[in-house]
Design a protein around this ligand. Structure first.
Ligand code: CP3
Length: 359
């Protein structure tokens, strides 16, 4: 397999030099794009969109048609795994994801098994293969999954939560039950990500959206440990090319060094930490991905560009590798699409300028 013609994203993750700083955006295909809303309407619902490989491929490519992005990300959701485990995923407008059968009973937890990705999640593998064909090796395709702890939050709470009452109650009262859920889910995530790699994903990312709600000790025991197990069991190479991994714990800034030590190639940063400070803390161990505040996209294009320059300069002038530019969290559905143009253009232009300045 040959690298894509634009391989700046893979190069930055592997800490090879790049001509400019590559950029992609978490949730780059989403409701802020009118063409996404149109395709979603045709699909009938968000879940039907995820489960239809041709339409999932269509929306994956939409942001790349509009913007000069350096990577594509599979259009799917982290909750496909618990859905395939039989928990009955559905979405209600305005309330986000819900499960018909949340995981609360000891017998149900004992019965939980990891789904075979080639069977129950075949539609995801078909989407990965179809997107790769449609990309014609132009930019790399990112595969992804949720972290075991983040998936467990939804599985146990049955929906988004503001206080994590059920899962944290279980964590302190019956840690053995939570460990059983996390262990099965870690096996499921490993098999799922490896199947995505075999289907053509050229990098993979683990989204740990709720690990940051844990105490330091609980984070280590209930989130980080399982991500380490996954990263250690991922396919490192496919067709002679390295397949880099990115780990993103939202709110994980306090534990950066520990995250950088689990064997991943890159650490994703939310917007609360200064990326230059993050870099000084992790040194050369990993690449960094992030971390502009997604809320800056509600300001004018000029403010967006200025904030992009600030993040690039904070990472470090004269440093031509190891940084993948991204938002610190997913793009809001209320983002004006033209502000994304300003962001992507400024990241490319200003990062070239910083490189020439340091020569
Ligand atoms: O980045 C991408 O463009 C790839 C697609 C992607 C989606 N969800 C599509 C999506 C990815 C990587 C995710 C990850 C995801 N899903 C996470 C981790 C990242 C994070 O945001 O912390 C989480 C926690 C979920 C679970 C989930 N899915 C929630 C909480 C919601 C509701 C959000 C909302 O704004 O209503 C979803 C739905 C979802 N996933 C949408 C998209 C584009 C919006 C669905 C729609 O069209 O109605």
């Amino acid at each position: 397999m040959t690298r894509p013609s634009n391989d700046s994203f893979l190069r930055a993750l592997l800490k090879e030099p790049t001509a400019y700083t590559p950029v992609w955006l978490m949730r780059q295909a989403g409701r802020y794009l009118p063409e996404y809303c149109e395709t979603r309407k045709r699909a009938g619902s968000f879940l039907q969109l995820c489960k239809n490989p041709a339409l999932a491929c269509e929306v994956t490519l939409q942001p790349l048609a509009r913007y000069d992005l350096d990577a594509a990300i599979l259009f799917s959701d982290i909750l496909t795994i618990p859905d395939a485990m039989g928990l009955g995923l559905y979405f209600t407008d305005g309330e986000g994801p819900r499960f018909e059968r949340p995981l609360r009973e000891e017998w149900a937890i004992r019965d939980l098994t990891a789904p075979d990705p080639w069977d129950h999640l075949r539609y995801v593998m078909d989407a990965v293969a179809e997107i790769r064909r449609a990309l014609h090796n132009s930019v790399p395709l990112i595969g992804f999954a949720g972290s075991p702890y983040t998936l467990a939050c939804y599985m146990v709470e049955g929906a988004s939560s503001s206080d994590y009452r059920c899962i944290k109650g279980m964590l302190y009262e019956r840690p053995d039950l939570l460990h059983r859920i996390l262990s099965v889910t870690a096996d499921a995530v490993t098999a799922y990500l490896n199947a995505q790699i075999e289907s053509g994903a050229q990098a993979v990312m683990i989204f740990d959206s709720w690990g940051g709600s844990l105490s330091a000790a609980a984070y280590e025991e209930f989130s980080l440990q399982y991500m380490q197990r996954i990263v250690g069991n991922l396919l490192r190479e496919r067709g002679g090319e390295r397949v880099p991994s990115i780990v993103f714990t939202k709110g994980g800034g306090l534990w950066l060094e520990a995250i950088a030590d689990i064997g991943c190639d890159a650490v994703g940063l939310d917007w609360t930490i200064d990326i230059g400070e993050a870099r000084r803390r992790v040194g050369d161990r990993v690449a960094l991905q992030g971390n502009i505040d997604p809320a800056v996209l509600f300001a004018s294009p000029e403010k967006v560009a200025a904030e992009a320059r600030r993040v690039l300069e904070s990472y470090g002038a004269g440093q031509n590798t190891g940084h993948v530019f991204n938002l610190g969290h997913g793009i809001s559905q209320f983002t004006p699409p033209e502000n994304v143009t300003a962001l992507v253009e400024e990241v490319h232009a200003h990062s070239v300028l910083l490189r020439t300045r340091s020569e």
